[in-house]
Design a binder for this molecule. Structure first.
Ligand code: F6P
Length: 343
């Protein structure tokens, strides 16, 4: 078979581990030929690609990012997008394409599959918000980075008796904030799923002071929003090709509001893309490797329109339709675990 591969959307640690696994299994196990499209769907639209061989993918297992490059290109945003994808499939003589991505990339994969093209999905994202898999690779690494940052901020917060706000990524899901906040012992955690009351945030911080703890750590997801009616100035971000606004900035608003309302010195740290960079954790390398092997196997069996997913300890196949049907967000039960330690 001749199989294409692409990585789309925001990069995350573990993408190269998937590429390596697909190539190894495809070539050694099935005698396939593999090509990698450059920069996500843009490479398919423009027929920009590189041959992938065991030699060219050696040594990439621990490397962050993606050797193929990535972009947020959406073929369905171009009038001739699907035709160009078809032309590349035909010109390259492709039997199938493995798309490694999150909600948006897999959404395109699902639509192309419905349009009759042979596509298989692999779920990635640091946000961990795909409903059809227990975990996405990339999340564990981002969580480690955020937790380590919180640990470091703890010591400086304590030395200066300051409130430190840490803004983490996650888009509309609060998983990184929740998990890093629990692991790092945050005093308040704000997530998109539960709009926050700034007065309550300040009350919790004051209560800590009354109990003799003169510093606090507030972890805020970039998508956290104040309750309706709260007077806080928030910046609006530009939209990407999938209609998602660019998030970020809530940390600065919180820094201002908390300091003004409590009178306690407050500082913000926005972790940003640090969470997406660098070498994947061992757990992410292993999950990505298992997903890659599964995707190669699905291609070999001609099971297109499927995505590799983790359920319990098993890597299984789910339909791309199911994979993109709903996002996984933080439940009140999960939030209660964090809340037990607030203030
Ligand atoms: O989806 C992954 C993610 O890192 C989100 O957490 C974040 O909102 C977004 O991507 C940032 O995208 P970009 O790299 O395009 O700024």
């Amino acid at each position: 078979m001749r199989i294409g591969l692409l990585t789309g959307g925001g990069d995350c640690p573990g993408l190269n581990a998937v590429i390596r696994a697909v190539v190894r299994k495809g070539i050694d196990g099935h005698g396939d030929a593999l090509i990698g499209f450059r920069d996500g769907w843009r490479g398919v639209l423009e027929d920009s690609f590189m041959e992938l061989t065991i030699e060219s993918t050696r040594g990439i297992l621990p490397r962050g990012g993606t050797i193929l490059g990535s972009s947020r290109t959406n073929p369905y945003k171009r009038d001739d997008g699907v035709e160009r994808v078809r032309a590349t499939f035909a010109g390259q003589n492709l039997d199938g394409l493995i798309a490694i991505g999150g909600e948006d990339t897999l959404g395109v994969a699902n639509r192309l599959n419905e349009d009759g093209l042979h596509v298989i999905g692999v779920p990635k994202t640091i946000d961990n918000d795909l409903g059809a898999t227990d975990v996405t690779f990339g999340f564990d690494t981002a969580l480690q980075v955020a937790t380590e940052a919180i640990d470091r901020l703890h010591t400086t917060a304590e030395s200066h008796n300051r409130i430190l706000v840490v803004e983490v990524m996650g888009r509309t899901a609060g998983w990184i904030a929740l998990h890093s906040g629990i692991a790092g012992g945050a005093d308040v955690i704000l997530i998109p799923e539960i709009p926050f009351d700034i007065d309550e945030v300040c009350r919790l911080i004051r209560r800590r002071h009354e109990r003799g703890r003169y510093f606090s750590i507030v972890v805020a997801a970039e998508g956290a929003v104040p309750k309706e009616g709260t007077t806080m100035t928030l910046a609006a971000g530009e939209m990407d090709e999938f209609g998602h606004p660019r998030l970020g900035g809530i940390g600065y608003a919180l820094e201002r509001e908390i300091e003004q309302r409590t009178g306690f010195e407050t500082r913000v740290t926005v972790l940003g893309h640090v969470q997406r960079g660098g070498s994947p954790t061992a757990r992410d390398r292993i999950l990505a490797t298992r997903f890659g092997l599964k995707a190669a196997e699905l291609a070999q069996m001609g099971q297109f329109g499927q995505m590799a997913a983790l359920r319990g300890d098993d890597v299984i196949a789910v339909s791309l339709e199911e994979a993109t049907a709903h996002l996984k967000t933080v439940t009140p039960e999960w939030y209660a675990v964090a809340q037990a330690f607030f203030g």
